[in-house]
Design a protein around this ligand. Structure first.
Ligand SMILES: [Zn+2]
Length: 407
């Protein structure tokens, strides 16, 4: 038959020389205090070299543990310090906590599970600790787990920026396009972010030469950063960003033309769609518009032709199509479409590269929406560091080495 002490020793997964010596239960205070001690008083092991040493002194310590039902549980123990001839006076390792933490490992494991799916402030309220202390736990485990990520197999990356707080600050995300996970997040959106990524990549066993493709928008900062730090990687300009820019220019034609003609009233969204996505009503509208010689329709057809380019998988054929497209757009007599043509020409290689790389920032769009939701449920994140910790926690596929028992 177990007595109460044995029961708690076993419930906590404690092994020799550690054992529960006393348990006190205070219903009025809603708390449970568990006292642990070493069974043998003799030698202890140095935490650095493992050598058996004499006990120098002992210090009372307390850790918050998982609740038992509604009762807050605390573990108390006099922890010996050893006197190692090589390493001096050191506090010995105990199995239920990590150095410097006021919580048991199981408590921290539970916290890390909760913060993946609940707002940090709600977790702090639920378990009754200040969110600052909670953040210290999160930052610690995320940093440790991030340390051990291996980048040696990364070949195709996507880069994009995301606003971190009411659009005042930006963080730049680097994503593994094959694994759909965040590799690196950093403050800012300039060329130096690529340099920081390169340093991080190398720290995690990746090499500059193993990065074959980079997908990004046409921001000059990303382009110059990529060319400087990854001279052998091919840049593919994200096709969604390219089409978005062309759509804006088509809309410019529409706006200018609507000043002269009433035909275009209420057609703004018509031109943003592809023909196959039009509603019946919009289709009829389009058919009727195509009977009049309107500039916007010409601009729209130029955009559709660029979209066709994205369907072509043969490099030579795609290059021919893009050249013809450029000629058409430059001879359209529509200023915004001529701008569109030169916009593509300035980014020619990176636009054409899609034919062979077939990469886009589509993965990043998905991750970005997760990041935005993380942001929403994390009011008062305080610092960018916390925000980045949270991005890693949710989007970086971190492996946490957390215990299920003290043993
Ligand atoms: Zn030692």
């Amino acid at each position: 038959m177990f007595n109460q002490i044995d029961l708690f020793t076993s419930a906590l997964g404690l092994q020799k020389p550690w054992t529960v010596t006393d348990v006190s239960f205070d219903i009025a205070e809603n708390r449970l205090d568990i006292y642990i001690a070493r069974t043998k008083r003799s030698k202890v092991n140095c935490p650095v070299c493992g050598k058996e040493c004499t006990v120098h002194d002992s210090k009372d310590r307390t850790w918050r543990h998982l609740n038992f039902f509604q009762y807050k549980a605390f573990i108390h123990c006099k922890i010996p310090r050893c006197n190692c001839i090589d390493h001096g006076v050191k506090q010995i390792d105990v199995p239920w906590t990590r150095e410097g933490s006021g919580f048991t490992l199981l408590f921290e494991a539970f916290v890390m599970m909760l913060v993946r799916s609940m707002p940090v402030n709600a977790v702090a309220n639920m378990i009754g600790i200040y969110s600052d202390r909670l953040w210290r736990i999160i930052d610690h485990y995320v940093a440790v787990a991030y340390e051990s990520i291996d980048f040696s197999n990364v070949t195709n990356i996507g880069v994009d920026e995301t606003s971190s707080k009411r659009c005042h600050n930006y963080i730049t995300l680097f994503v593994d396009l094959d694994e759909s996970k965040v590799l690196f997040a950093t403050e800012g959106k300039d060329a130096s972010t690529i340099k920081s990524f390169k340093n991080t990549l190398e720290k995690h066993d990746g090499t500059v030469s193993s990065i074959k493709n980079i997908s990004c928008d046409m921001s000059p900062a990303f382009i110059s950063g990529a060319k400087t730090n990854f001279p052998n990687a091919n840049i593919t300009f994200d096709k969604f960003h390219v089409i978005k820019r062309i759509n804006e220019l088509v809309d410019q034609v529409r706006r200018e033309e609507s000043r002269e003609s009433d035909l275009l009233k209420g057609t703004r969204y018509l031109w943003l769609k592809n023909p196959e996505n039009l509603t019946v009503k919009q289709s009829e509208q389009m058919t009727s518009l195509s009977k009049s010689k309107i500039k916007t329709l010409r601009a729209y057809n130029i955009k559709l032709s660029l979209q066709e380019f994205y369907e072509i998988t043969d490099y030579e054929a795609a290059a021919v199509h893009l050249k013809k497209w450029f000629y058409w757009a430059t001879h359209s007599k529509l200023k915004p479409m001529i701008d569109a043509a030169y916009f593509v020409k300035r980014h020619w290689d990176g636009v054409l590269r899609y034919t062979t790389s077939r990469i886009t920032n589509g993965v990043l769009e998905g991750i970005n929406s997760i990041v935005q939701s993380v942001k929403r449920r994390a009011r008062g994140y305080g610092t960018i560091k916390h925000f980045i910790s949270m991005v890693y926690l949710v989007c970086a596929d971190l492996q946490f080495n957390l215990p299920i028992a003290f043993a």
